[in-house]
Design a protein around this ligand. Sequence first.
Ligand code: SF4
Length: 187
Amino acid sequence: MADYSTLKSRMLLHSCCATCAAYPASLLKDSFDISLFYYNPNIFPEEEYYKRLADIRILADNTGITLITGEYDKSGWDKATKHLSGEPEGGTRCPLCFSFRLKKTAETAREKGFDIFGTTLSISPHKDSKVIIRTGESLAARIGIDFYRTDLKKKGGFKKAMDLSRKYSFYRQSYCGCKYSIRSNTV
Ligand code: SF4
């Protein structure tokens, strides 16, 4: 008979890039059966999108963690955020961007039979973890799946992420991801 006490909950972990995903994956993989979800249609230009995807693939291959890649829905993201093109990074466009990506993550998690979804977004010191958590929880209630509530940048999380990124020699981008953030040069 199977020993069900050792079964872990299945988590779909939205991952914005390998640099941000390596530490959360190492932190969570003992408690959850994780799959990484690369869904980032905000990333511009296309070469940048594929550059970040290439490193996520390396992370998945090195750790044996499954990688699921979502659609690169550039036009959908552009349409949703165009009216906020003049906003600075950290302004009102960013919560919409979080919601765009986390909604798809929650829907995919539910469709594919995951127990819970989470995101690596809160590891960045430039992103408001409270907004990310509020967004995740609201989507969880609407879509009917649990959200993993955590602020990954706490307890030196960002530094640990940078250390691990250096160890793997991952590409580290100089801007958040969208075309509007290129001008502000932060991650
Ligand atoms: S700055 Fe970053 S979080 Fe904000 S809209 Fe652009 S890609 Fe999304």
